[in-house]
Write a protein that binds this ligand. Sequence first.
Ligand code: 475
Length: 799
Amino acid sequence: MAKLAYAVAKDPTSAQERDWYIATALAVRDRVVDGWAESYRHTNDTQNKRVYYMSLEFLIGRLLFDSLTNLGIVEEMRQALASLGVDLDRLRTVEPDAALGNGGLGRLAACFMESMATLAVPAYGYGIRYENGLFRQGIKDGWQQEYPENWLTNGNPWEFERPEITYDVGFGGTVDITYGPDGAATYRWHPAERVSAVAYDTPVVGWRCRHVNTLRLWAARAVDPLRLDAFNAGDYVGALADRVRAESISKVLYPSDATPAGQELRLRQEFFFASASLQDLVRRHIKQYGPVEMLAEKAAIQLNDTHPAIGVVELMRILVDLHDVPWAKAWDITQATFGYTNHTLLPEALETWPVHLMERLLPRHMQIIYLINAVHLDGLRAKGNSDPALLSSVSLIEESWGRQRVRMGTLAFVGAHRVNGVSALHSELMKETVFRDLHAIFPEKINNKTNGITFRRWLYEANPGLTKVLVDTLGPRVLDDPEELLGLEKFASDTEFQAKLKAVRRKNKEALSKVFQHRLGFPVDPDALFDVQIKRIHEYKRQHLNLLETVALYNAIRADPGRNWTPRVKIFAGKAAASYHTAKLIIKLANDIARVVNSDPTVRGILKVGFLQNYNVSLAEQIIPAADLSEQISTAGLEASGTGNMKLALNGALTIGTLDGANVEINERVGEDNIFIFGLTAEEVEARRRNGYNARDVIASSPKLSEVFASIESGVFSPDDTSRYRGFIEMLSNHDHFLVTADFDAYYAAQRQVDAHWQNGAAWWRSSILNTARVGWFSSDRTIREYARDIWNVPVQTT
Ligand code: 475
């Protein structure tokens, strides 16, 4: 009430829902801030090493419930608000999602921030405060439309602007060399352009408010906001031109996922936040400890993919040019400080920058890159490596057709003391593919850190019904130690226990059915099997494999409607990069199929298809607790890990999937009777591709697939434009790069096993319980413990 009156300046009679939300958030924030100050003092006093998690993406979602949960005051707040006639669950939906990320990589960063706070690892997340987060997805006539996402329009109660924490970041200009009396050269960069980076801090609360860390996001501001001379001369637009150029750096998140943006603005974003963050952490270090030589003992920096990899070069510049550290010493410090996480093996996703662009934008950094490369290659030659093919494959500079590019993956690899993949399979494939030669030279660098998810958001907050059953059954300890979930195993076949979980799932499905009604205009039957594929739309993730199976099932039901079919709702959600034509066509295909299937009386009550628009963290929180089946069907070898697979299994959905990414480890843990694995393995995929895969023969030998292709190609699902999918079908028939056709029959068969398992209700629920029981290991707390032990060398608090 006091917040509403004094911080929002509204009284209860005129307060809108949004005012109540702000007032509530501010009240909660006060509690968080107490813990924040305490944690800050503690880290300073103990002189503990700090971890810096550098990421161009943090896909946070909403924060109100996260804070309430971790402070342990959800019920207290619910009652306090109820006594004022306000419903907390409605307020919760007023908060816009902070969507400063595209998908898995960004969401992982958010889960890691929460786990680092939970384990009391003193950490800063560093990133960019994008004014526009990931676009809002609309669906018009079945096609994806992109609209800007203005998450800051109504203010953001969680952030604190820190105008006093501002750094200059330079671009362009020249490099001066001066020679000392001893002949040693000193280099000074004189940038032509400067942009200010202003800090915005958001507290990150750990579980039970044990510790609070900082997410520090940088906003770009012009050093001179207005050129008064131009303004006075009447050139109002010109007077603002520099400002617009500078501030464009933090305007929008690049909406590409697993593909590099390849634009000058993107490189400016990368350097902008890397430079500001390094200046900030070096300044903090010097203020507290003095000599910069000790940096690696007091700071660990983790690079979330190659996006911040230019930071390796920036730290070298800071050490060598600004603090006169000798080159070799500076390189030791840099390597000892940095770790690098790789998130994708897709060759098209590996970042490289044209040398001429780097030279123009960051002339001093380009010199340093050449020097790093020279020392790196000389070192190899000195060790007897003289094969030119090897040297060119591990060089920081790629030469193709006379054009030179800087390989950011190689830069990150050589600049870090540890390089990790995000699942066991992915880390092994890194050694065999993209980093094969580098791995042979530095065999100690690559290690695995299988991803994890924070159970606070993805279980306690998203699924309070299930959480309550778990606590009632296993005791509250389970909230602190997810391995306690194993205690569920003994209830797996218990009919009473199964009934409890069924009731929880049913409620969650009813809630999701309301979302269907609201967004798509029709409800779905909570007794049907909810079959869910939710993730970015990508050919390698193969939403189209799922759609082909949907059509095959539709055909089969129509041919024999009286059979004992398993009623299903096929649920799709996900965004496509705006420029990714095939991904957008897949969305259109999903909607075209949905229209035909949902209006066909023959399959009524048996099959429904729905594409839910604008997938984001909050929608995921609604879908996941209602899912029965989790689709994880990527071409083996291409999904680095996946994390949605973990969220769905934790909430009791059974997985249908390929042996890819973390599915492999989920399979090992839940046991093969409780998961539906199908399709080619990564090795088989490799072999098929090597031997020249012929999709046409495969299609011809599968009557089901032939029928599906014929119906889609002839326009059964696109009567308004019968040629719409001709090119698509032709592509799958001629260059089926992701082996959709090769896996089709196995996938169809696995889906029929799903049907059979579902029809034996007790067996299904047993499997579901065993999934929840056995995936405790996929907590991001476990992942962070491993990073802390093997990469950062920092202690963690035991829970
Ligand atoms: C993997 N994003 C998942 C997840 O490790 C994995 C790349 C370039 C530019 C912008 N975004 C990207 C990714 O590469 C990405 O999100 N990768 C994902 O990282 C966390 O679980 O398998 O695809």
